[in-house]
Design a protein around this ligand. Structure first.
Ligand SMILES: [Zn+2]
Ligand SMILES: [Zn+2]
Length: 270
């Protein structure tokens, strides 16, 4: 195939951390740019996401859609700030619609906050798409599959088929059928890796459990993120060996803020 004709999807980690403040990791957020989506997507929008987006060379003014996995502040904390920025940036007036995808809870969170903070009510069209378990969303150039995950509040995982690439985001979850189904054959599987192998915790994944999901689903590449300090502070070798103990043979990458991956159909280039 002519390399010029191959499209790729760029994925930039805006936040590889959790609710625990760390000097070099903001909470969860990812900037995904398929060529069919001018402006790109934000996937979760935790505190610090917009600063990191600026550092990554993205523009908050151009973001097309935001996908929110759940209402925990480390995943949604910058959503209101984002709307404020779109409304009050001097000499800027957004006209194109903004699409926000999330559960009924995310919609309620947004509605309550918009009522409390009337000036945030956007002047541009804001389109909220309520997602439910097993839903499939077909848009021009891409498809989204949704599964409910197993976490301490309603949490949705996402699987996009775009540019011939399968991208999967597992948000916060413990091992469950939903994430296993979404992950099947992923070109890039983004999973949390909150805790060490010897510290399994309800609602979350350890290094080992994330590796096991990747192995069983034959994911080609595993991006491990949402690192609590106990994993963030391990050496690369220690944490990779915990993931490898699962038998996963694909590529393993531990996320850092501002890390960028270019995902190609069936293969990826770092
Ligand atoms: Zn979280
Ligand atoms: Zn959470």
């Amino acid at each position: 195939m002519n390399p010029e004709s191959i499209h790729s999807v760029s994925v930039t980690v805006l936040g590889s951390g959790t609710c625990v403040p760390l000097p070099d990791r903001y909470p969860s957020s990812y900037f995904i740019r398929p060529s069919v989506v001018p402006g790109g997507w934000l996937v979760d929008i935790g505190p610090g996401a917009l600063k990191r987006l600026a550092q990554a060379g993205g523009s908050y003014k151009e973001i097309d859609s935001v996908f929110v996995s759940h209402i925990h502040p480390d995943h949604i904390g910058s959503l209101l700030f984002f709307l404020e920025a779109l409304n009050y940036t001097p000499d800027f007036s957004r006209s194109k619609p903004l699409f926000i995808y999330g559960s009924k809870e995310v919609e309620e969170y947004l509605q309550l906050n918009l009522e409390l903070t009337l000036p945030l009510r956007p002047d541009f069209p804001l389109d909220f798409i309520v997602l439910r378990d097993k839903m499939v969303v077909n848009q021009e150039g891409w498809t989204l599959k949704v599964r409910e995950l197993k976490h301490s509040t309603t949490t949705l995982g996402f699987r996009w088929d775009v540019e011939g690439c399968i991208l999967v985001y597992g948000a916060d979850t413990e091992p469950c059928v939903g994430i296993s189904e979404l992950a099947e054959g992923a070109d890039l599987l983004i999973l949390e890796s909150s805790f060490a192998q010897d510290n399994p915790t309800p609602g979350h994944l350890t290094t080992f459990q994330a590796g096991k999901i990747a192995k069983e689903s034959s994911a080609k590449k595993l991006l491990l993120s949402h690192l609590y300090p106990e994993v963030a502070e391990m050496t690369e070798r220690e944490r990779e060996s915990e993931v490898r103990a699962s038998g996963y043979k694909g590529e393993i990458i531990f996320a850092e803020d501002l890390m960028r991956l270019d995902v190609f159909p069936g293969r990826e280039k770092k």
